[in-house]
Design a protein around this ligand. Structure first.
Ligand SMILES: Nc1nc2c(ncn2[C@@H]2O[C@H](COP(=O)(O)OP(=O)(O)OP(=O)(O)O)[C@@H](O)[C@H]2O)c(=O)[nH]1
Ligand SMILES: [Mg+2]
Length: 509
């Protein structure tokens, strides 16, 4: 990151072997050894900007249920996972260089995203590319982007048990998913639920990258980031030691980002790091780092003396050798079965999955984890998901209301009044009938009064016309007689009106 306040670190690289510690990498160091496959040798930062923004990112669709997701065999999907409020949706917006809420909805309250939201990034494939790809399904949508990013609901606070099952299904069954970005709050650090998710990812053998978010909020600066990265690394090492057989790949760069920071300069400075993390998982980046530094099938963990004793005699040499030859130096299933019996009760199930995972994702194998084994991992994950408390439910209702406010102004005021009157009529039928009778009577009186006035006006008109010869101007006349006549008429008219009114009153009262 740039700026005096923030450490200039884009990632912490995990060493291939446990003899050395993790080390900070500056943005320059991180970017100079990589380039896009579509633009070899070109500056990565510029090419990544083009990739993410030339063809504007777009919302494709949202789905809550795994079984009703659209078919997709052509576009690689990268999913964004993490605890509620860690900054997943902000991450999507930042990649697309959109302001908050422009693409994905962001909220300071946990539990904003409640469905799997699919966003398209990168240029649309050409016709040639599409033809080359082909498709298994006729009803599959024609791709409009290079890859999809899937913004997921968060786990932990305000999440649902049901959602845990959907995540697990998505990670283990969706063929299009090529990688998972796990976001971890840099200040808060990894939680049990994060490690349970990582266990699921390792069981599903899904390529994984860890991205620390909200680095701008880390009070201890570089030390704080280092501490969090180390905790993540140690937790993953423990998972690897128990459940993988070396086929789970996790990026050895723990990326540092602050894409949703209020300070836009800070936010912008880490966007390239975030873009690189996603592009790598989508399979769009060529890395030119020396092989020993990059993570391959061999996780690079040190094998303890005990493990070595349990390892089959056919596997010789150092882990480094095995890495270079591409062969796994992992112990065989038999020796690990023995080892599993030494493990504590909780981890035994994980140890079982260690030797039963398949070599390649998607390929069926008799070694695939059994349903029961996956269920144990899943149960652990689901245990970390809180079911709704009444407070959570109230918050959800509130959020729903914010999203779909009641349509109070859709009907006109007149219609509302009429509806209310009808409601009242139903509620108080007796009063309504009496009110209606009185109202009808009043209207009747009003009508008669109006008719009487009209008749009187017509009568007075004829009176004036008979008194005054046609063509004479009443107003401009200087004749005293004429003036008197007008006054007399006024008085007579006023008297007749009063009488008439009295009579009317008598008639109708
Ligand atoms: N300071 C800082 N705040 C951030 C950063 N990233 C996200 N935020 C804030 O964190 C809050 C949550 O962000 P979201 O992107 O909605 O988080 P989410 O993980 O999608 O949350 P859910 O959808 O509820 O699971 C918002 O208030 C963001 O502004 C960051 O890098 N730095
Ligand atoms: Mg969200």
């Amino acid at each position: 990151m740039t700026g005096a306040m923030y450490p200039n670190v884009a990632a912490f690289t995990v060493p291939e072997f446990r003899t050395s510690s993790i080390s900070g990498v500056t943005p320059d160091q991180l970017f100079k050894t990589s380039s896009l496959l579509s633009a070899p040798g070109q500056p990565l930062e510029e090419e990544l900007t083009k990739l993410y923004t030339d063809n504007p990112a777009a919302f494709i669709y949202a789905e809550s249920n795994f079984y009703t997701l659209k078919k997709n065999t052509r576009v690689p999907e990268v999913c964004i996972l993490g605890r509620s409020n860690v900054g997943k949706s902000s991450f999507v917006n930042a990649l697309a260089r959109r302001r908050n809420d422009a693409l994905a909805f962001v909220s300071s309250k946990a539990g904003k995203t409640r469905s799997m939201n699919m966003y398209g990034f990168g240029p649309a494939p050409t016709v040639k590319e599409l033809q080359a790809q082909g498709s298994k399904y006729k009803d599959e949508d024609i791709p409009t982007h290079t890859f999809h990013l899937v913004d997921m609901p968060g786990y932990g606070h305000a999440s649902q048990e049901e959602w845990g099952k959907n995540i697990a299904l998505y990670l283990s069954k969706r063929q299009a998913v090529k990688g998972a970005i796990v976001l971890i709050d840099a200040e808060v650090g990894p939680k049990d639920s994060d490690f349970h998710l990582l266990q699921l990812l390792s069981a599903a053998q899904l390529k994984t990258a860890i991205v620390l978010t909200k680095a701008d909020k880390v009070k201890k600066g570089w030390e704080g980031l280092y501490e969090t990265s180390k905790n993540v690394w140690q937790g993953i090492c423990a998972i690897e030691a128990r459940i993988t057989d070396g086929n789970w790949t996790w990026e050895k760069d723990i990326y540092v980002t602050a894409v949703g920071a209020r300070d836009t300069a800070v936010a912008r400075s880490t966007v390239t790091t975030a873009r690189l993390a996603v592009a790598r998982l989508a399979g769009l980046v060529k890395d030119e780092r020396p092989n020993v530094e990059r993570n391959t099938r061999w996780s690079g963990k040190m094998v303890s003396f005990d493990d070595l004793q349990l390892a089959p005699s056919t596997v010789g040499g150092s882990p480094k050798d095995s890495h270079n030859t591409g062969k796994s130096a992992r112990p065989t299933s038999e020796s690990w079965k023995a080892k599993a019996s030494e493990l504590d009760e909780g981890s035994r199930a994980h140890a079982c999955t260690f030797y039963s995972t398949v070599a390649q994702r998607g390929k069926s194998s008799p070694k695939q984890p059994t349903r029961a084994e996956l269920d144990v991992i899943l149960d652990n994950f689901i245990k970390t998901l809180k079911t709704d408390t009444p407070r959570d439910q109230a918050r959800r209702v509130q959020q729903e209301r914010e999203r779909h406010p009641p349509k109070i102004f859709k009907t006109s005021f007149k219609k509302q009044e009429k509806r209310r009157a009808l409601g009242l009529q139903k509620q108080f039928p007796e009063q309504t009938i009496r009110t209606r009778v009185v109202l009808d009577r009043r209207l009747e009186i009003e009508e008669r009064r109006r008719q009487a006035l009209d008749a009187r006006e017509a009568k007075s008109k004829t009176l004036i016309e008979s008194e005054w010869p046609a063509g004479e101007d009443v107003g401009s006349s200087k004749d005293a007689n004429h003036t008197m006549k007008v006054n007399e008429f006024d008085e007579a008219f006023a008297a007749s009106k009063g009488l008439a009114d009295d009579k009317e009153q008598e008639r109708y009262s």
